[in-house]
Design a protein around this ligand. Sequence first.
Ligand SMILES: [Zn+2]
Length: 251
Amino acid sequence: MNANLIQSSEGTPWAEWQQAARLARATWISPQQLCPPGRRLVLIAPHPDDEILMAGGLLTHFRGREDDLLLIAATDGEGSHPSSEYWTEHRLRRQRPLESRQALQQLDLDLNRLNWRRLNLKDGGLPREEAFLVNHLTQALRSDDVLMATWRDDGHCDHEAVGRAAAQAALARKAQLVEVPVWAWHWAQPDDPRLPWPRAHRIELDEAALARKRKALAAHVSQLQPDGPRPPVLPARLLDCLLQPFELVFL
Ligand SMILES: [Zn+2]
């Protein structure tokens, strides 16, 4: 399934997810339980905006402890508007990293202290870069790290490649792997048997963290505005699901 195919449906609304028994049974954990002070979080985002969609709330807890965070941006997200006249690849390649920067500022992170790597890989081409990603992550990881990546069955080729690469690197380094569904909120049915529910946990977000996540997401203007007759890249229903007072992860 590619991104355009995913986006062609309206998606599962939060009201339906709210009725989902398996989601309701997912164990609650606090941000501190997952990433206690001194333990480093390595987060790899396939596209600019994924770091916020995946973990914008969790990331607010790294304010003042930016040394415990390594962010890796795999691509610059130039492939989000394949047939747009305005959002050309050239324009997106400049715009989207800027949006990411503004979003991280909205989380109140000190960007001067933040270790933020950009790999500049081709948007849509990550399956071909999987060996490189495994190698890069394995080099970057320490054994007590938490490695967060998009879920390996998320339904977008780049998200899946990052998930598979992260799983391999985490195994090699004995780091803790955390996989995060993003597009699954859109294509999956509530209690969908394709999701690994026994691994599901909900990181609890307080109101302040959720408010910052909301502001950070708003910085991704290119993904939120309609483009002529085309709807925004990020559907409203998906945003609804990702702006709840928790972040769903698979441990
Ligand atoms: Zn993405």
